[in-house]
Ligand binder design. Sequence first.
Ligand SMILES: [Zn+2]
Length: 144
Amino acid sequence: MRRYLDPDGLVHGLPTYPYRYAPDGLYTRSQLREMGLRPIADPVAQVMWDGSARHRRSGEPVRTAALYDITQTLLRDTPSLTRLAQLAIARACRRICPACDRMWPYVIPAAAGMCLDCQTLTAAGVPVGSSTDVFDPTAGRAAA
Ligand SMILES: [Zn+2]
């Protein structure tokens, strides 16, 4: 991960950050689109991460995505209140774990299809589900 941390752009030409470590205010084009914005200036930085095995085989070992300064954007259009609500719901849904139905402050990783807690439990062989009698992460915290 650290080899992709180049905030001054000395190695990669553009300021570069590892996946998920982009500073506040910098977004990819698709993130801006989700917010109803479009960039009006060139990218100011990039995120860089290891490609999947499929990408490595095709000779593209490293994936990059351009990052744009949110202060250099314009509204794509004037979204209706309905559209804004749809986007808010869509963003919230991406933070709900399909295995345990809990909402997390992070987007559920698509590759795993579940939250980090459920991944840990699954790796340990514990069945996961929304039923609290299976596993209650808050149990014991109040007594501690
Ligand atoms: Zn979960």
